[in-house]
Write a protein that binds this ligand. Structure first.
Ligand code: NDP
Length: 278
């Protein structure tokens, strides 16, 4: 029997989710149809109800991750990760008809950091950015990645302070520091800001980056490099773009819907080749 799935967003044309899920389906021998759905502002709940009449579930990309959180709150249950992140990127219809809302961004990032053998356990982490992606990965980095501590820096410092305050009673050691006054050493550096999208670098001194074991930019490109990864490499820090996280968060959704975690490395190689030929 065919499973109907989709990704909701606006814009949506650029989404690689159908390519990834169709490849997962092929390697896991699962019969599915995965569509892209352009949702209009204010139209999320209706689009979701309509799709779930026959759909098994769907993914959510910008700008609807908060609408999806509210939808799952109203219609069913939210995972702990979704509550901590304040966002939902995966909706699944449960057997009893209720809706389950989860986020696999943090899970996906940690899976990818493990694939890359980035040393997260007991690590001091610098997190750059305080938007939706940054907030969505913090709790997984501690619970699944085993971080020791995290300092958040953001272009707008107050937002970093707000995110750190949100985690104040979580038991995680999260603090905020202004970018231009940041000092000290970090084991790993994660850029969860959109700086690379705008071809700019965060306003952080090179001394802070030097000596880190590795760095990761959530942004990805078909060339497998961003302005941030190239800058960090020039300072002697191993650096990776975020395409592996994109595949791994999709694998997390696939696991929720089908109960199987597909091969991430193989799919990533396929996707790199697909992008180079696109
Ligand atoms: P948001 O719009 O929620 O947040 C953007 C963040 O980037 C804010 O902290 C903002 O700072 C900062 N920022 C924006 N422009 C600049 C700039 N020119 N210089 C420095 N900082 C800047 O976006 P998201 O959090 O959803 O996404 C952030 C990035 O992560 C995007 O590039 C996105 O593509 C990527 N991403 C990748 C995923 C993957 O699977 N690989 C998954 C999710 C996201 P300020 O507060 O000052 O505005």
């Amino acid at each position: 029997m065919t499973s109907y799935l989709a990704v909701f967003g606006n814009p949506i044309e650029h989404s690689l989710s159908p390519v990834i899920h169709n490849y997962f389906a092929k390697i896991c021998s699962i019969d599915l149809q995965y569509d892209k759905i352009l949702v209009q502002k204010g139209g999320f709940d209706k689009a979701a109800d309509d799709f779930l009449e026959r759909g098994l579930g769907f993914n959510i990309t910008q700008p609807f991750k908060l609408d999806a959180l509210n939808y799952a709150k109203k219609r069913g249950v939210l995972s702990k990760a979704a509550r901590a992140a304040g966002a939902v990127n995966t909706i699944a219809k449960l057997k009893d008809g209720r809706i389950f809302g989860d986020t696999t961004d943090g899970y996906g990032l940690v899976l990818d950091l493990k694939r890359l053998q980035m040393p997260t356990s007991g690590a001091k982490c610098l997190l750059i950015g305080a938007g939706g992606a940054a907030r969505g990965i913090i709790s997984s980095l501690f619970t699944e990645g085993g971080l020791l501590s995290m300092v958040i820096c953001n272009r707008t410092h107050q937002k970093a302070v707000d995110v750190a305050s949100f985690f104040a009673n979580s038991g995680f050691k999260v603090t905020a520091a202004p970018e231009d006054r940041l000092e000290g050493h970090f084991d790993i550096i994660i850029n969860a800001s959109s700086s690379s999208l705008h071809k700019t670098l965060p306003n952080i001194k090179d001394e802070v980056y030097k000596g880190a074991a590795a760095a990761y930019d959530l942004m990805y490109t078909k060339e497998e490099k961003t302005i941030f990864t190239e800058h960090l490499k020039s300072l002697g820090v191993c650096s990776y773009d975020g395409l592996g996280m994109l595949v791994a968060q999709a694998a997390g959704s696939f696991e929720i819907w089908h109960g199987i975690l597909p091969d991430i490395s193989g799919t990533l190689s396929y996707l790199r080749a697909y992008l180079k030929n696109a």
